[in-house]
Design a protein around this ligand. Structure first.
Ligand code: ADP
Length: 203
C-alpha cells in the first residue's frame, strides 16, 4: 500500500494557523501515541481503558483507539488477511498521528503483529512521541483467559489465521516499555505505564 501518492490530483494541503506547541500549551500536556501491542487476550483493551481513566483523573486528555471497535466502523471493510492487517494498522497510525498533533495522549490497543507495520506507525509521529508498549502476556496465559472464546475457536479450526496459533506475532525488538501482566494487576500495569511515560518526559 503506497502512502506517497494520493489518488486525487486536485487537492491542496492547507497549513494550520495554530501549532501543536500552542495547542499543547492550552491543554497543559504533550500529545503522544501509546501503542499497545500483544497477543489477543494479553490485556491491551483492558489496560488501555483503565489507563485512559487514570490519565483523566490526573487531568490529562487521553483517548483510546481500540482494535475491535475500529473494525465496526472506520475499518469495517477490512478482515484479518496479512494485507488487511497492514492496512488496518496504517489507518490507525494515521488517526493516532492526528490525535498526537491535536495534543492528545492517544492510546492504541491493536494486536499489530507485524514489526514493519508498527515501525511505519512510529514514523508517522514526531521523534519521541511514539511509545511502543509490549503487553507481553505469554500465549498460555492468554489462552487460559480466552476472554472472547477465540482461542477455543482457533484451536477447533473455526477461525483461520489467528495470531499466536496459525498466524505470526512478531514481538517488539526494542519497545520503550514491556509489561508482563501474568503477575501484575491491571492497576499495577497502568501505574508502571504512567511511570514509564513520566520517565520519557511525556507526562
Ligand atoms: P486484548 O485487548 O489484548 O485482546 P483484553 O483486554 O480484551 O485483551 O482481555 C484481557 C483479559 O484478561 C480481560 O478479560 C482481563 O480482565 C483479563 N486480565 C486478567 N489479568 C489481567 C491483567 N493483569 N492485565 C490485563 N488484563 C488482565
Amino acid at each position: 500500500m503506497s502512502t506517497s501518492t494520493p489518488k486525487s490530483t486536485n487537492i491542496t494541503w492547507h497549513g494550520a494557523n495554530v501549532t501543536r506547541d500552542e495547542r499543547e500549551e492550552v491543554l497543559g500536556q504533550k500529545g503522544c501515541v501509546v501503542w499497545l501491542t500483544g497477543l489477543s487476550g494479553s490485556g491491551k483493551s483492558t489496560i488501555a481503558r483503565r489507563l485512559e481513566q487514570k490519565l483523566l483523573e490526573m487531568g490529562r486528555t487521553a483517548y483510546v483507539l481500540d482494535g475491535d471497535n475500529l473494525r465496526f466502523k472506520l475499518n469495517k471493510d477490512l478482515g484479518f488477511s496479512p494485507e488487511d492487517r497492514t492496512e488496518n494498522i496504517r489507518r490507525v497510525g494515521r488517526v493516532a498521528e492526528l490525535f498526537c498533533d491535536a495534543g492528545v495522549i492517544c492510546i492504541t490497543a491493536f494486536i499489530s503483529p507485524y514489526r514493519v507495520d508498527r515501525d511505519a506507525a512510529r514514523e508517522m509521529v514526531p521523534d519521541g512521541r511514539f511509545v511502543e508498549v509490549h503487553v507481553a502476556t505469554d500465549l498460555a496465559t492468554c489462552e487460559a483467559r480466552d476472554p472472547k472464546g477465540l482461542y477455543g475457536k482457533a484451536r477447533a479450526g473455526e477461525i483461520k489465521g489467528f495470531t499466536g496459533i496459525d498466524a505470526p506475532y512478531e514481538a517488539p525488538a526494542a519497545a520503550e516499555i514491556t509489561l508482563s501482566t501474568a503477575d501484575r494487576s491491571v492497576d499495577a500495569s497502568c501505574d508502571a505505564l504512567i511511570e514509564g511515560l513520566q520517565g520519557l518526559g511525556l507526562l
